[in-house]
Design a protein around this ligand. Structure first.
Ligand code: KIV
Ligand code: ZN
Length: 511
C-alpha cells in the first residue's frame, strides 16, 4: 500500500500574506469550506495572535469545518500559543503550528537570541501548546539556510517535548532540489526518533523551485507538503497545491505515495481563490490555467482526437474542468438556485441572505439569459461584505461617454444611510465614476490595481472587476460583477471602500 502524503493548505495564512490578498472572515469561510470539500488534510486557517479578526476567522472555521484538521500558526511565545489554542478549541481536530527561526542570520539579526535560547524557547512553545492539543507542528523558520547540526539539535529537543510534525521551511526560496532533498535525507537519518514524526516541507518560490523542492523532499520521505491554491503566498508564493497533488497522482510510479484529495475540486478552488483575492491565474499555469488542456497546433489536435493520451497526461475533467454549464435561467426557482449554490460550496446562512441573493440573481437573469456557474460565483462574491459592513452603497449611476467628448459621471451613493450625489469628469467612464465616488467617500486611498475579466464568453457576459486599494499600509480588494462593466467597476470600488472602512489591523507572523 502507498504511503499517505498529508496535504497542508496554507492559502488562508501564508497565501493571505501576499500583499493585496487579505480576505474577510466570510471569504475565508468560503475558501475553508472549499478546501474541506477538496479533502485537504490540514487547513492552516490563519495566525490567531495577528489580530482579533484573524482569531475570529480561525474560530469560525474551527466551528464549521469537520473533515479537515484546523490549524493556527503561532510564534514560539506564550501569548501566541494561547491565542492559537483558544482559536482552534471548537475544532473536531485542531493543530497548533509553532515556529522560531534557526538560521544564523535570523537568530542574530532578527531575534537577537543565542542558539541555546532559541532551543529553549522552542521547547517551551511545544510544552505550552500541549496544554491544548497533542497535534503540534514545529517549524524551523529559514531551515533552508540553517546549519544541519543545529537543525538536528532543535528537532531532537522539540520531538522530545512532544512535537508530532517537523516542518522544514525554505522560507526565502533559496534551495535547489538536490540540496533540499539531501537536507531531508540527512535529517531523517540523524535526528533521533525521526521515524516517530511526520516530516514536512514548506517551500517558497523565489527561484521558481517551490514545487520541485517539495517533490524532491517527498522522494526522501517527507510525508507532508505545505502548499497553497494557485501558489499564492509571501513574495513569489508557495508551492502550488494543484501541482503537488497532480504530480504525485500522475507519477505514482515515482513517488510511491498518495493524497486523499478530490482532484475534481481543484479548478473550482482555484477560481474561488482567484476571484476572492483578485489575483488572476496566468493562462499557461499548470493544471488550473485556462490553456492547461488546450491544444492549439494541428498536429497536437489531430493526435488528441485520434488518441487522447498522445498529448495529454491528465484528463481535464479529473481536475474539475467542465464545459461552461448552463445551470440556471430566469425561470429557475429559489430552490434550484439554493441547491446550485450549495453544489458550488456557497452556503447561505439566513433566509434574508437567500432573499437578497435570489433577487440579485433574478436581476441578472433578466439581463443575461444563460447563467453559468461562474456567473453565480461572481454574483455571490459581491456578498462578501456583510450588510452591517456596507457603509457605502451604490444607488444610481449615469455616465456619458462619446467620441470627442470628456466622459462625465453622475452618481448617487448612500453613505451610512444618507444619500449623497456627486459628479465628475474623467479620462474614461470608469475614471469619471471613481472620481465621483471618491468625492463622496473621501477615502484618500491609493488605487493599486484595476482589473476586468469576462466571466464567460459572449458579449452579454458579465464583467468581473477587481479593485485593489491601499491606505496607511493596509491593502484591500473589492470585487464587483455586472453585465455593464462600468457598473461592475463602481461596485468593485465601493466594495473595496467598505472593506477599508471595516477591516481590523493585522500583523505579519514573520516580522
Ligand atoms: O516561510 C516560512 O518559514 C513560514 C513559516 C511560518 C512556516 O511561513
Ligand atoms: Zn512561508
Amino acid at each position: 500500500m502507498n504511503d499517505h502524503l498529508v496535504i497542508f493548505d496554507t492559502t488562508l495564512r501564508d497565501g493571505e500574506q501576499s500583499p493585496g490578498a487579505s480576505m474577510t472572515k466570510d471569504e475565508k469561510l468560503r475558501v475553508a469550506r472549499q478546501l474541506e470539500r477538496m479533502r485537504v488534510d490540514v487547513i492552516e486557517a490563519g495566525f490567531a495572535a495577528a489580530s482579533p479578526g484573524d482569531f475570529d476567522a480561525i474560530r469560525s472555521i474551527a466551528e464549521v469545518v469537520k473533515d479537515s484538521t484546523v490549524c493556527s500558526l503561532a510564534r514560539a511565545n506564550e501569548n501566541d500559543i494561547r491565542r492559537a489554542g483558544e482559536a482552534i478549541k471548537p475544532a473536531n481536530s485542531g493543530r497548533i503550528h509553532t515556529f522560531i527561526a534557526t538560521s544564523p542570520i535570523h537568530m542574530e539579526k532578527k531575534l537577537r537570541m543565542t542558539p541555546d535560547q532559541v532551543v529553549e524557547q522552542a521547547v517551551k512553545a511545544v510544552q505550552w501548546a500541549r496544554e491544548y492539543t497533542d497535534d503540534i507542528e514545529f517549524s524551523a523558520e529559514d531551515a533552508g539556510r540553517s546549519e544541519l547540526d543545529f537543525l538536528c539539535r532543535i528537532f531532537d529537543a522539540v520531538i522530545k517535548a512532544g512535537a508530532k510534525t517537523i516542518n522544514v521551511p525554505d522560507t526565502v526560496g533559496y534551495n535547489v532540489p538536490g540540496q533540499f532533498s539531501a537536507t531531508i535525507r540527512n535529517l531523517r537519518e540523524r535526528v533521533p526518533n525521526s521515524d516517530k514524526v511526520i516530516w514536512s516541507v514548506h517551500c517558497h518560490n523565489d527561484l521558481g523551485l517551490a514545487v520541485a523542492n517539495s517533490l524532491a523532499a517527498v522522494m526522501e520521505g517527507a510525508r507532508q507538503v505545505e502548499c497553497t491554491i494557485n501558489g499564492l503566498g509571501e513574495r513569489a508564493g508557495n508551492a502550488a497545491l494543484e501541482e503537488i497533488v497532480m504530480a504525485v497522482r500522475t507519477r505514482q510510479d515515482i513517488f510511491g505515495c498518495e493524497t486523499r484529495i478530490d482532484t475534481t475540486q481543484i479548478v473550482p478552488a482555484s477560481k474561488l481563490v482567484s476571484s476572492i483575492t483578485g489575483f488572476p491565474v496566468q493562462p499557461n499555469k499548470a493544471i488550473v490555467g485556462a490553456n492547461a488542456f488546450a491544444h492549439e497546433s494541428g498536429i497536437h489536435q489531430d493526435g488528441v482526437l485520434k488518441h487522447r493520451e498522445t498529448y495529454e497526461i491528465m484528463r481535464a475533467q479529473d481536475v474539475g474542468w467542465t464545459q461552461n454549464k448552463l445551470v440556471l435561467g430566469k425561470h429557475s426557482g429559489r430552490n434550484a438556485f439554493k441547491t446550485r449554490l450549495a453544489d458550488l460550496g456557497i452556503v447561505i446562512e439566513s433566509e434574508e441572505q437567500l432573499n437578497l441573493a435570489f433577487s440579485r440573481f433574478k436581476e441578472l437573469a433578466d439581463k443575461k439569459h444563460e447563467i453559468f456557474d461562474e456567473d453565480l460565483q461572481a454574483l455571490m462574491s459581491d456578498e462578501a461584505v456583510t450588510p452591517e459592513q456596507e457603509h457605502f452603497k451604490l444607488v444610481s449611476l449615469r455616465v456619458a461617454s462619446e467620441t470627442g467628448e470628456v466622459p462625465h459621471a453622475r452618481i448617487t451613493i448612500s453613505a451610512g444611510g444618507s444619500e449623497r450625489k456627486s459628479e465628475a469628469d474623467g479620462d474614461g467612464p470608469v475614471d469619471a465614476c471613481f472620481k465621483a465616488v471618491e468625492h463622496v467617500a473621501d477615502s484618500r486611498s491609493e488605487l493599486l490595481l484595476f482589473s476586468v475579466n469576462s466571466i464567460t464568453g459572449g458579449t452579454d457576459a458579465q464583467g468581473e472587476v477587481t479593485v485593489r486599494l491601499a491606505k496607511d499600509g493596509r491593502v484591500v480588494n473589492g470585487q464587483g460583477a455586472d453585465t455593464d462593466i462600468v457598473v461592475a467597476s463602481v461596485k468593485a470600488y465601493i466594495n473595496a471602500l467598505n472593506k477599508l472602512v471595516s477591516n481590523s489591523e493585522k500583523v505579519n507572523p514573520q516580522v
